[in-house]
Ligand binder design. Structure first.
Ligand code: NAD
Length: 295
């Protein structure tokens, strides 16, 4: 039986950890924010009191952290977990981490005979809750095959791409499209509104037209039309603007490294930078509509 340490219990990590618990995995949880342990109390789940407790008795580690820096520090930083992880364990990073940190962590773990998979996810909080995430995986194929049963508890479209880091490359490209797309959705709805179009009807038409998109149909930045939209809840995330800012930065760094000018990705990054610099980081990424309304 696999003993899983699940690290990072935020908007995504919490429902993902619960899905593993529901499938009767023995899960030990950890987050720097101990308030997040409360919902697990009734499920009688073991929570690590401190960082040092992590690693003991686990042979599978899953991280759902804000970024690659947090992953790097957790594993290779001061008193890093690498010292406590047993040989032949599997370490699965489901966070959206940058490529460089991913490769550094992957190589360091490999030296200790610990198999590392970068396995970022897509599908948002609803996908995490319903275990319908798409999971894009980079790393050793046999480690992937061994981990598939666990990943299937979290998602329903699980694809091995190639070498370590390839999951994160695909994720950054995906999120560059998402950021650009969200800005497009905002602009089109603002324009239709200016011309007095009923936005419910506009949505109904676009949802079955050539402009239909995941961002529009799940995260519409307009209140009262799409049930899962953060706009119905004062833009409480969901998917925080600071996270898409991080993902857009990653995709621009990748573009620079291969000398490709991704113009729309660059523009999306500029707009999210502006938005986040106005203390809006912790709002959902769909709240970008607030600055697009202005001249
Ligand atoms: P979040 O900020 O809600 O959760 C991150 C959690 O990690 C927090 O609870 C935080 O306390 C914890 N944490 C930070 N540093 C830690 C450390 N050193 N040790 C232990 N815990 C630590 O973020 P989220 O929305 O759950 O996203 C997590 C990751 O998934 C991000 O990389 C994000 O880009 C990606 N992602 C998010 C969504 C989404 O819709 N929210 C969708 C797909 C992918």
């Amino acid at each position: 039986m696999n003993n899983i340490s699940f690290i990072g219990l935020g908007n995504m990590g919490m429902p993902m950890a619960f899905n593993l618990i529901r499938k009767n995995y023995h899960v030990k949880i950890y987050d720097i924010n101990k308030n997040l342990y409360k919902p697990f109390k009734s499920a009688n789940v073991q929570a690590a009191k401190n960082f040092d407790e992590l690693g003991k008795n686990s042979n599978v580690f899953i991280t759902m952290l804000p970024d690659g820096k947090a992953l790097y520090n957790l594993v290779l930083g001061k008193n890093g977990m690498i010292r406590r992880i047993k040989e032949n364990s599997v370490f699965i990073d489901c966070s959206s981490s940058d490529y460089e940190s991913t490769i550094k962590v992957s190589q360091a773990l490999k030296k200790k005979n610990i198999r590392f998979l970068d396995a970022p996810v897509s599908g948002g909080v609803s996908g995490a809750k319903n275990a319908t995430l798409t999971i894009m995986v980079g790393g050793n194929k046999s480690a992937f095959n061994k981990s598939k049963k666990i990943l299937k508890c979290l998602g329903n479209n699980i694809i091995h791409i190639g070498n370590s880091g390839s999951g994160q490359i695909v994720k950054a490209c995906n999120n560059m499209m998402l950021g650009i797309n969200m800005i497009g959705v905002c602009e089109a709805f603002l324009l239709a509104k200016k011309f007095g179009i009923d936005l419910k009807k506009f949505y109904k038409i676009c949802a079955t037209s050539t402009s239909a998109s995941w961002a529009m149909q799940n995260h519409l930045p307009i209140q009262g039309i799409v049930k899962s939209s953060a706009a119905n809840n004062k833009f409480k995330p969901g998917y925080a603007a600071k996270l898409i800012l991080k993902d857009l930065k990653i995709s621009q760094e990748m573009s620079k490294s291969v000398k490709l000018n991704t113009r729309m990705g660059k523009k999306a990054l500029e707009l999210y930078k502006k938005f986040c610099s106005q203390d809006q980081n912790n709002l959902d990424y769909a709240a970008i509509i607030k600055i697009l309304i202005k001249k």
